[in-house]
Design a protein around this ligand. Structure first.
Ligand code: SF4
Ligand code: SF4
Length: 106
């Protein structure tokens, strides 16, 4: 398994992934009924159970347990960032989500 780099995942905290919880099988029970995770603070875009959030919401743990035998850490980061950028591009508030952070990382 490739060792995880010290660089953290460059999340811009847009909260858009947490607004898609209903589309993720492992998070379907957290769907408050409109696809949004019940633990997302909508004003701050922060997870209210951050310390105890599900494993799938923790990119490092998720990679180590589920995907490290398929992809390198770099590939996994790229795939995740690709989806973040796509979500931000489609958002009606895209200017608020600092896409450049993700692009610069790539
Ligand atoms: S969509 Fe990506 S950048 Fe936005 S909160 Fe989720 S992980 Fe972070
Ligand atoms: S548990 Fe937290 S990190 Fe996971 S989808 Fe819900 S708000 Fe987002």
């Amino acid at each position: 398994m490739e060792r995880l780099p010290a660089i953290p995942f460059p999340c811009t905290r847009c909260g858009l992934c947490c607004r898609q919880a209903g589309t993720v099988k492992e998070l379907s029970e957290l769907d408050r009924g409109d696809g949004i995770c019940r633990y997302l603070n909508l004003e701050e875009n922060i997870c209210t159970i951050y310390g105890e959030r599900p494993e799938i919401c923790t990119i490092g743990k998720s990679y180590e347990k589920r995907f490290s035998h398929i992809w390198s850490w770099g590939e996994f980061l790229f795939l995740n960032l690709f989806h973040c950028v796509e979500l931000q591009r489609k958002s009606d508030k895209k200017s608020e989500y600092v896409l450049e952070k993700s692009y610069n990382y790539l």
